[in-house]
Design a protein around this ligand. Structure first.
Ligand SMILES: *Cc1c(COP(=O)(O)O)cnc(C)c1O
Ligand code: SF4
Length: 336
């Protein structure tokens, strides 16, 4: 087991993560003015198009000032296009509600159950398929994780528990420890997987307490990050990844293919290379889930496939993500 002293030091000068979370920008006008883009205020949709703006200041610092097409900005800035209705775009695009088996637990695929651990995220991504999900009523961490743990205990086919969200890392280390402890006592569960964007958008979250907890878990640990563009990865993210690996986690990344942001072979190749530099392997490249308000991000399948072909021609196979779509009712994510 790795002790806390063996972990690389936390990047200096980063504030406490709770403070960073509280200080996230939530006002589109402030965001635009910090980026010298005050002219765009007239193009903002009313009431953030029904999905609150939220962006941590450290992530904002990685955006280019004065660039309305910045690929990080476009992931978080409310757009008028979100208010247009598109056919086939619905509020529950992946049919989560019918996969619900217990409070906060979605069980779609054999061997793994997904827990909606928390109701919020450090960042709000405009294309998020959960932008309409009734989070607040469906949090597995409520009541000491009781219902979720009961489901995991009762179903011996479950080998892997997945904490997803919202972002599970908005929970305190103590709340996570409560879960880890109980999980380790369930003999058939071998792996804990955490889906989180925190190490990228709020790397100070990967603090000593979290790393100690992770290092001490008697389970296989997988962390799936969510990075869409190489500009999201700076030295603070690299340091957070190093700490996670030292704590024994296998690191993977999933991205969403997004028009105007990463639908480009050069960008995706640079992303894979930069992830690899951080010890992270690309896992999935998701075709967009058809959630209301996100239609302007979608790329046609034919173009998505030719992007993957281009990546395959220039990268080693292990740096080419699997292009998939989630089709409700299927036994796994579906390769294109
Ligand atoms: C995507 C997803 C998983 C994980 O699928 P993998 O292919 O193992 O990454 C598990 N449960 C649910 C409900 C999911 O949506
Ligand atoms: S971090 Fe993930 S769950 Fe949260 S808004 Fe972004 S895409 Fe959605």
């Amino acid at each position: 087991m790795i002790t806390a002293t063996a972990l690389p030091a936390q990047p200096r000068g980063l504030p406490d993560w709770r403070q960073s979370l509280r200080e996230a920008v939530t006002d589109a006008r402030e965001l635009l003015s910090l980026l010298d883009l005050g002219d765009l205020v007239d193009k903002l949709p009313p009431k953030d198009a029904g999905f609150a703006l939220r962006v941590p200041r450290g992530f904002l610092m990685r955006m280019r000032k004065g660039d309305p097409w910045d690929p990080l900005l476009l992931q978080v800035l409310p757009q008028l296009a979100e208010c247009e209705s598109a056919t086939d775009y619905v509020t529950d695009a992946v049919d989560d509600l019918s996969a619900r088996v217990a409070h906060g637990v979605l069980h779609k695929y054999d061997g793994r159950a997904l827990l909606i651990a928390a109701g919020s995220c450090a960042v709000n991504c405009r294309y998020c398929f959960r932008r309409h999900f009734p989070y607040s009523e469906e949090i597995a961490a409520a009541n000491g994780w009781r219902e979720a743990l009961a489901h995991l205990r009762a179903d011996t086919s479950i080998r892997e528990a997945i904490l997803s969200g919202g972002d599970p890392l908005v929970l305190s280390n103590a709340k996570l420890a409560e879960f880890g402890q109980a999980l380790a006592d369930i003999p058939h569960v071998r792996t804990l997987r955490i889906h989180t964007r925190m190490p990228v958008v709020l790397p100070e979250r990967i603090d000593d307490g979290f790393c100690d907890w992770l290092a001490g878990l008697a389970l296989r640990r997988v962390i799936v990050l969510h990075v869409n563009h190489p500009n999201e990865i700076d030295h603070t993210v690299r340091a957070a990844c190093a700490r996670l690996r030292e704590a024994g986690a296998m690191l993977l990344n999933q991205s969403v293919l997004l028009r105007g942001i990463n639908a480009d072979a050069d960008v995706l190749a640079a992303l894979s290379e930069r992830l690899f530099d951080c010890g992270v392997l690309p896992y999935y490249l998701h075709q967009l889930d058809r959630v209301q308000g996100a239609a302007h991000f979608e790329m046609p399948d034919a173009q998505a496939l030719s992007l993957i072909d281009a990546l395959r021609a220039r990268l080693p196979g292990y740096l080419v993500p699997r292009l998939v779509r989630e089709i409700p009712g299927e036994a796994s994510k579906t390769p294109l």
